[in-house]
Design a protein around this ligand. Structure first.
Ligand SMILES: [Cu+2]
Length: 307
């Protein structure tokens, strides 16, 4: 594996670009479930880090404390107030102090949880200015990905057949034949919609989970922190082949992404230099591409705003 990595780094950017279309290797896989794991999948985006904090630091200790407290109360009742230990029970039935406490304390605990819960919700909804917009459409039973700003028309992403997945060292039912390719450390806005029934665009490592509803465009976002391959799945029961429409996101460097865009006959929009292979078109591409791309983006935003 180490030898493979050093080989890859030695080949250089051009070869890496070519490698994008070639089979992925198990060494590149970052975001996937592992056997025997406990807890949430490791996070590779700010949203997922916050979700993990909310679960592990806020919710889990509170749930544990409440469970232990109730268990202790039960044990006290069982030991001290059984028929043998307490043959003549007390006759009183109300205690104002206790009643105020068992009403007030749960309210305070819920309010404390709400502070962090709302903060997480707001962070999901407050998207930084996106560097890239992709559109993910759920179909029975595959995904379609399009890059409106880069003028890459929708291509389909199907589950990788079992034999192919095995030969590539990728997990069957998580690997796809065509991945969604995005640059690392860039805010990616995902427009999510469904074409037939409700699907759900979900990827644990980035904390993504957004319903793909026909006739409606939902949006979510992520900023991948590390290059590699990440796996997710459709998270809405959508029919007989629901389990066979995985989501594969390939996070690459910006030059690799620009080269990939060119290989898909798209136009890189962020003004960074395209790969050497496209040198003849390089001077014209960034200048001419950014202008027509902008109105399209505005139109897309307007379409989202209407919903
Ligand atoms: Cu689905």
């Amino acid at each position: 594996m180490r030898r493979l990595r050093s080989a890859i780094s030695a080949v250089g950017a051009a070869a890496l670009t070519a490698g994008l279309s070639v089979q992925a290797h198990a060494a590149d896989i970052v975001g996937q479930p592992v056997d025997g794991a406990v807890g949430l999948q490791p996070g590779y985006s700010s949203l997922k880090h916050e979700a993990i904090f909310f679960h592990n630091v806020i919710l889990l200790p509170i749930i544990t404390a409440i469970t232990l407290f109730v268990l202790a109360l039960l044990l006290v009742c069982i030991v001290r107030f059984n028929k043998r230990a307490n043959p003549t029970p007390a006759k009183w039935s109300h205690n104002t102090t206790v009643e105020v406490l068992w009403t007030g304390l749960p309210v305070l605990i819920l309010m404390f949880i709400a502070i962090f819960s709302f903060r997480l919700l707001f962070d999901y909804h407050t998207m930084p200015t996106p560097d890239l917009t992709v559109k993910a459409t759920g179909y029975q039973w595959y995904w379609g990905y399009a890059y409106p700003d880069q003028k890459i028309d929708e291509y389909t992403s199907n589950v990788l057949p079992e034999a192919d997945a095995k030969s590539r060292g990728e997990p069957y039912l998580l690997a796809a034949d065509n991945a969604l390719v995005v640059p690392v450390n860039k805010t990616v806005k995902v427009l999510v919609t469904g074409a037939d029934v409700i699907h759900d665009f979900a990827l644990p490592a980035f904390g993504l989970k957004t319903d793909a509803v026909p006739g409606r465009v939902n949006e979510t976002w992520f900023k991948a922190e590390k290059t590699g391959i990440y796996y997710g799945q459709c998270d809405q029961l959508c029919g007989v082949n629901h389990a066979f429409m995985p989501i594969e996101i390939k996070v690459v460097t910006q030059p690799e992404f620009d080269a990939w865009v060119l290989s898909q006959h798209g136009t890189p929009t962020d003004g960074t230099a395209p790969a050497p292979a496209a040198a003849p078109a390089a001077p014209a591409a960034p200048a001419s591409s950014s202008a027509p791309a902008a109105p399209q983006k505005v139109a897309m935003n307007a379409a989202v705003a209407q919903h």
